[in-house]
Design a protein around this ligand. Sequence first.
Ligand SMILES: Cc1cc2nc3c(=O)[nH]c(=O)nc-3n(C[C@H](O)[C@H](O)[C@H](O)COP(=O)(O)OP(=O)(O)OC[C@H]3O[C@@H](n4cnc5c(N)ncnc54)[C@H](O)[C@@H]3O)c2cc1C
Length: 238
Amino acid sequence: MSGLPFRAKIQQIRHLTPDIREMTLEMLEPSELVFRPGQAIAVTVPDTGSGSSLLRYFSLASPPRSSRQLVLLLNSQDRGKGSTFLLENELGVELQVSGPHGSFMLQHEPERTLLFIGTGTGIAPLWSMMATLLAESCFQTMTLLWGLRSESDRYYLQELEAWKSRHENFSYVLTLSQPSSAWKGNKGRVTDLLQELTTVEDSAAYVCGNRAMVKEVMDLLKRKGAGAIYRERHSENA
Ligand SMILES: Cc1cc2nc3c(=O)[nH]c(=O)nc-3n(C[C@H](O)[C@H](O)[C@H](O)COP(=O)(O)OP(=O)(O)OC[C@H]3O[C@@H](n4cnc5c(N)ncnc54)[C@H](O)[C@@H]3O)c2cc1C
């Protein structure tokens, strides 16, 4: 992965759910980051144990038009070196970052319908893509299939409802793998939602989640004959 070094400071951290944090970074030097929807940045994390540093990648959830403020979605339950370092920092702390990284990015395929499939923080790069397309009044039919664990893991619901009411071509389906008994919505995994879709031949599918989810969704999309498939793995863990 390539990308240029830059400096940014932590401007805001919002608790979206008990586990998910939305972190906004303000670009310092240079003052803007040019990237494509779907791409990621890498944060340098000091490794106190070895005295050296580690790199941790995070997808940009914000669209490229907000190039001075970069939004990340972090899972505070990862509890590894990178997430702990980022989330224990105070507001205003400066980070060493590089980017943009990665080839997972929105393609120009106006003839296709668009299918966005994510689990957990896998929504981040998809969010940047959808926000970009909807702001450009894109006419393509867009569907988001989003898998989360339970009711308390849901976030960005107001934003999704606003998109749905403003854009006839946008729809989303949320499914919960471990909902409470009171949940009236979809139960199960995103693959269950995908099974129900009758036609994907005309679709470009963008998939983001952990390794096991990405593999399962890609296998299913291939079996169903999806027109094009693009994927990003956020974790090698199942
Ligand atoms: C292109 C790309 C984009 C990505 N985008 C995102 C994103 O948008 N949002 C996001 O949240 N992640 C994203 N990731 C994943 C992210 O880069 C890190 O891998 C993730 O945050 C875990 O890193 P870590 O340093 O916190 O954990 P590591 O130290 O690398 O540990 C790996 C795992 O081990 C376990 N673990 C380690 N230490 C402990 C401990 N003390 N207690 C309990 N468990 C522990 C945790 O399960 C942890 O996730 C992305 C990865 C890639 C490659």
